[in-house]
Structures are given as structure tokens and as C-alpha cells.
Design a protein around this ligand. Structure first.
Ligand code: OSB
Ligand code: MG
Length: 368
């Protein structure tokens, strides 16, 4: 596949809900969209980086700069046999996995389209629909939390993930567990705690949570291993897992027993599949995380989540929960906790091009 040119768009989308986590509150998403062209076809991807480095280190401005000046120039004007070869060309640039994922994922879409296959078939997926739960932000009150949980369970979501932070943890879990004794429940701390908070986790250990997601520092494995030793509830790592190598080290150390796999965080589908395989070798389930994606990123996530070891429900809930209007024509909607895989070659979505062009904050064209 000869890559010819690329267009980068920055688009601001207002969120339908206020999304509070331990690291901040979001009311909108500025997303980076890549359209990669070659041989008369187009591949699409969406970045997961945010304006500010609150989740991990990468930023939107940094990624845009790197894509324009280094990553896209390294791949444009050349003929790539497969995604592996393209990933090798990006290997000399250290880190910046979210930015690299933008290039890699658009290439997968393009390559799958050139071969006439849906992406999930090329990845080796085994499902036509994927199990989904929902990630619920910190609410202003316990009553608001209980209402929100009730509504999403009624919609059929297979598990509820509650965002927690110091001072908003045990009491909210206790209240939700009391009202919904058999619901699959998890919590996500987004690195808000330290080992000094062991008493909080001992309390949380009593509520039959599926797992506790990323309680400690975003770049830590060792303290997570110490915490895991002290608990019955499995820990799930999100921020800490940036590659298959980190996943191997985490599982070997006992830093967690479950992985929240985000294709954007680990540098693309190829690395995500390696993380998936390492986890399977350690009998550790993975599930598909989300970063409040619009239609393109969401479609990529769904295709990835068809792999066999995605046994726990993911965060890839219905697009209509997040956005009044999406960047794609297709409605990516879950039914009774199952998200169907988009049909057609590649990721199977059509861009709303005129709408995107009208709303774009910036457009950058990169040629070989
Ligand atoms: O920690 O999983 C996370 C959103 C943005 C950044 C980090 C996280 C999240 C979510 C929401 O939990 C997942 C989603 O609904 O897309
Ligand atoms: Mg998380």
C-alpha cells in the first residue's frame, strides 16, 4: 500500500454529560482525526490524547506537531507491505505511543479496505458483537449516582464502572452495592491513591467488585504489586500498561490480574494484540477501555474487542450517550449490553465530511 497524503483535523465535540474523574472534569472533547490516503482509498483514525497531560504524558499539541514533522513524513510516499513494516519505520521515535497509534490505526483501516476485509477479520477477532459496560463519572450526590446506575443497568449494560477519588470511594460503592446486590461493579481511581490508603482498599475489598482499576501512580508497577498482595479483589491496570513488555512485567510482578486495553495508549492494533496475547498467556483477562472516543476511535475499539481474550465487558458504550452528533454516519449503538461490530471493509464507518470540515478548528495537510 503506497501512502500518498494525509489530512489532520482538530474537531471540538461537546459531551452530553459532565465527566468527572479523579484527574479533572471534562465537558467536551477536542479530537484529532487523521485521514490517510493511498491507492484511491482512505483510512481513518482518531487520537486518544487530551489537550492537557492529565491521564498520561502526551498532549494534543505535541502529537499534532510530531505527526506533522516526523511521523507522517516517515511513512508518506512509501509503499508498505503490512502494518508490521510500517510500525518498524516509527520505532526510532521513542515513546509517543498515542501519536504513533494515530498513524498505525489509519493504516490498518486503509490496508483492510484494500484487501476488502473488515478490520476484525484481519486482527483475528472471533466475535460479531462485543460485551459492553459503562464508565460513570463522579456525581454530585449518592442519589444522582444511584439514579444513573439504575438507568444504565435498565439499558442492559453488563457492568457498571464507578469513578472514585479520595473522599468519594467507600460510601458510594457501599450505597450502589446495597441497592444493586448482584450487579457487576468495578471502580476506577485513575491513579489518585498511594499505599498509605491501604485501609480504603481493604474496605473496598468487601464489596465483590470485579476489579479495582489503576488505584496507584500512572507509571507504577511495584506498589501495585504490594497492594495486590494485600487484597482479594483483582487489580486492573490501565495507565501503567503502555506495551506488551510492560504487560509482561506487570503480570510477572503480580501488579494486577486484569488489563484495561486501549489501542491508542499502547501505540496501535499490533501492540494491542501483543498485550492481548501476553495477558492470555498469563490467564489474565483483558477488556476494551475507552477515552471518550467519537465514531472513528469507537469503531477501532470495537474491532479490537472481538479478539478472544476480551472476556470482560468493555467501556465502549453507545455513541449516543456521549454525543448529540457524531463524526460518522453510522450509529454505534449497543443493544442489551452488546455492541455490534460495524459491517463493511476496514473499520466500517463513513465520515460526515462536510460537517467535519465546517466544525474543524484546524486542518493540516501533509504530503510526501
Ligand atoms: O480511565 O478509563 C479511563 C475516559 C478518559 C480517560 C480515561 C478513562 C476514561 C473512561 C471513560 O473511563 C471511558 C469511555 O467511556 O470512553
Ligand atoms: Mg481507567
Amino acid at each position: 500500500m503506497k501512502l500518498e497524503h494525509a489530512e489532520l483535523y482538530l474537531v471540538r465535540l461537546p459531551l452530553k454529560f459532565r465527566f468527572e474523574t479523579s484527574f479533572g472534569t471534562q465537558t467536551e472533547r477536542t479530537l484529532l482525526l487523521l485521514i490517510l490516503s493511498g491507492e484511491g482509498l482512505e483510512g481513518y483514525s482518531e487520537g486518544v490524547m487530551e489537550v492537557l497531560p492529565a491521564y498520561r504524558e502526551e498532549t494534543l499539541a505535541g502529537a499534532l506537531h510530531l505527526l506533522e514533522t516526523a511521523l507522517l513524513p516517515a511513512v508518506l510516499g512509501k509503499d508498505w507491505e503490512n502494518p508490521d513494516q510500517l510500525v518498524q519505520a516509527l520505532a526510532p521515535f521513542r515513546g509517543n505511543r498515542m501519536a504513533k497509534a494515530v498513524v498505525e490505526m489509519a493504516f490498518w483501516d486503509l490496508w483492510a479496505k484494500s484487501l476488502g476485509f473488515p478490520l476484525y477479520q484481519l486482527l483475528g477477532g472471533v466475535r460479531r458483537e462485543v460485551p459492553v459496560g459503562v464508565s460513570l463519572g463522579i456525581q454530585p450526590s449518592l442519589e444522582a449516582t444511584l439514579d444513573l446506575v439504575e438507568r444504565h443497568l435498565a439499558e442492559g449494560y453488563q457492568r457498571i464502572k464507578l469513578k472514585i477519588k479520595p473522599g468519594w470511594d467507600v460510601q458510594v460503592v457501599a450505597a450502589v452495592r446495597e441497592r444493586f446486590p448482584t450487579a457487576r461493579l468495578t471502580v476506577d481511581a485513575n491513579s489518585a491513591y498511594t499505599l498509605a490508603d491501604l485501609p480504603v482498599f481493604r474496605e473496598l475489598d468487601r464489596y465483590a467488585l470485579d476489579y479495582i482499576e489503576q488505584p496507584l501512580a500512572y507509571d507504577d508497577l511495584v506498589d501495585h504489586a504490594k497492594l495486590q498482595q494485600a487484597l482479594t479483589t483483582p487489580l486492573c491496570l490501565d495507565e501503567s500498561i503502555t506495551s506488551a513488555t510492560e504487560a509482561r512485567k506487570a503480570l510477572e510482578l503480580g501488579a494486577g490480574r486484569v488489563i484495561n486495553l486501549k489501542v491508542g495508549r499502547v501505540g496501535g492494533h499490533l501492540e494491542a494484540r501483543k498485550v492481548h496475547d501476553v495477558a492470555a498467556a498469563w490467564s489474565a483477562p483483558v477488556w476494551c477501555g475507552g477515552m471518550l472516543e467519537a465514531g472513528v476511535g469507537r469503531a477501532h475499539n470495537i474491532h479490537l474487542a472481538t479478539l478472544a481474550n476480551f472476556t470482560h465487558p468493555g467501556d465502549t458504550s453507545s455513541a449516543s450517550r456521549y454525543w448529540a452528533e457524531d463524526i460518522v454516519e453510522e450509529a454505534l449503538e449497543a443493544r442489551e449490553g452488546w455492541m455490534p461490530v460495524p459491517e463493511g471493509p476496514g473499520i466500517g464507518v463513513t465520515l460526515r465530511r462536510d460537517w467535519i470540515r465546517k466544525r474543524a478548528l484546524e486542518v493540516r495537510r501533509v504530503r510526501s
